[in-house]
Design a binder for this molecule. Structure first.
Ligand SMILES: Cc1ncc(COP(=O)(O)O)c(C=O)c1O
Length: 396
């Protein structure tokens, strides 16, 4: 059912799409137009821009050529009419929600969403008179029941963090068909390489480009993609709220995307190899990877995704201290949040993302002491597996 790009197309898009064939000074690369302000030759040029619809940039908060090139490349990758970049994934989420919701509206968000997106719904939106409901990613009846006459947005994530649950997006889109509710999907964990939510009835797709799209752990950016009409609406708010991507970051993103196809091939392969290794390891009690038949959403994942990414979560046979000992023995992996970059990273949700919760609160959210989330990098799978194996052995 999922019709991915052919590999030839996706490589072409990564390398060429969005960029000019001939650049100033005959440079092959897209220039980093590192300016806040664009000047006009004379007052007639201003009028040409403001009154006669002539193309011109004005001020980087309203647009910049490097940012435009990155946006076009991303839109082509997602097969979206339009894309809009932000200074971070969270800026994309918050600006989009603030634009599409107003006082008296209601939003539904799924419970396994990124913690800060949930916090925005819980702590920020109510200050502006916007109501929310959090529903279980597993409970489609509850999702349907949560829809109210004033519901405007259904916001989901797929795959989710850290359990890599996969949403049946078509089922939700069908549920919302005769309503005024827009379906938004944060698809950061999938990327357009592995899933294209717009093809399944999603209205807007959001990514943190900080992860796989940038791909080198060296930039912060976010993007929202969908119809020109919706993106135009969000752009109006974006110009006011101001979370724009810097031109240098726009360039780093273009540069990162050149190898997106190659990186994703390796990352999908590494994710699967590491997941298979962990599934069979005696020190692993439970594993969460949507590409394994043991994952509760394996069948849904196969319908929606063409690859399953590099993030693998697992619970090991250790208590809190034993789990920390394992992490401290790793030599190749670096301990840190995030994923989708060149370097293998590993994190301990109990002591990183949920450090501010009591143990009981954490456990109630399903975050056990022995839960680990790893993100394979682009190193050889054998090197990654060797490191895990030695750390298991050294931390008994
Ligand atoms: C699924 C998801 N959405 C959004 C974000 C926020 O992105 P950023 O860190 O670029 O603001 C993250 C960050 O980890 C994420 O994992």
């Amino acid at each position: 059912m999922n019709e991915p790009y052919s590999k030839r197309q996706i490589s072409r898009i990564c390398v060429h799409e969005g960029e000019e064939r001939y650049n100033p000074y005959d440079a092959i690369t897209t220039p980093i137009v590192q300016t806040s302000t664009f000047i006009f030759k004379n007052t007639d040029a201003i009028e040409g821009y403001t009154c006669r619809g002539e193309a011109h940039y004005e001020y980087t908060r309203y647009g910049n050529p490097t940012q435009t090139a990155a946006q076009k490349k991303l839109a082509a990758l997602e097969d979206a009419e339009s894309a809009l970049l932000f200074s971070s994934g969270m800026s994309a989420v918050t600006t989009t929600l603030l634009c599409l919701l107003q006082s008296g509206d209601h939003i539904i968000i799924t419970d396994d969403a990124y913690k800060k997106s949930l916090e925005f719904c819980k702590y920020v939106l109510p200050r502006y008179g916007i109501q929310f409901d959090i529903v279980s990613v597993h409970d489609y009846d509850a999702m349907e029941k949560a829809i109210r006459p004033n519901t405007r947005i259904f916001f989901s994530e797929s795959p989710t963090n850290p359990y890599l649950n996969i949403m049946d997006l078509q089922r939700i889109a069908t549920m919302l068909k005769d309503t005024q509710v827009l379906l938004l999907c944060d698809s950061t964990f999938a990327t357009p390489y592995n899933m294209q939510p717009l093809k399944f009835g999603v209205d807007l797709v959001i990514h943190s480009c900080t992860k796989y799209l940038g791909g080198h752990n060296d930039l912060m950016a976010g993007v929202v993609m969908g119809s020109e009409k919706l993106i135009e609406e969000i752009l109006k708010f974006h110009k006011i709220l101001g979370g724009v991507v810097d031109p240098l970051v726009g360039y780093l993103l273009i540069r990162g995307l050149k190898t997106f196809d190659l990186r994703m091939q390796r990352l999908n392969e590494n994710g699967m190899r590491v997941a298979q290794f962990l599934e069979n390891h005696p020190r692993v009690q439970k594993i969460y990877y949507p590409g394994l038949p043991s994952h509760p959403h394996y069948e849904i994942a196969k319908r929606y995704m063409t690859g399953f990414g590099a993030v693998v979560s697992f619970e090991m046979d250790a208590d809190l201290e034993g789990t920390k000992r394992f992490l401290d023995q790793l030599k190749l992996f670096r301990i840190g949040p995030s994923f989708g970059g060149a370097e293998s990273l590993i994190t301990h949700p109990a002591s990183v993302s949920y450090y501010d919760c009591t143990r009981d609160e954490r456990i109630a959210l399903g975050i056990k002491d022995n839960l680990i989330r790893l993100a394979a990098g682009i190193e050889e799978a054998e090197a990654i597996i060797e490191d895990l194996e030695q750390a298991f052995a050294a931390s008994v």
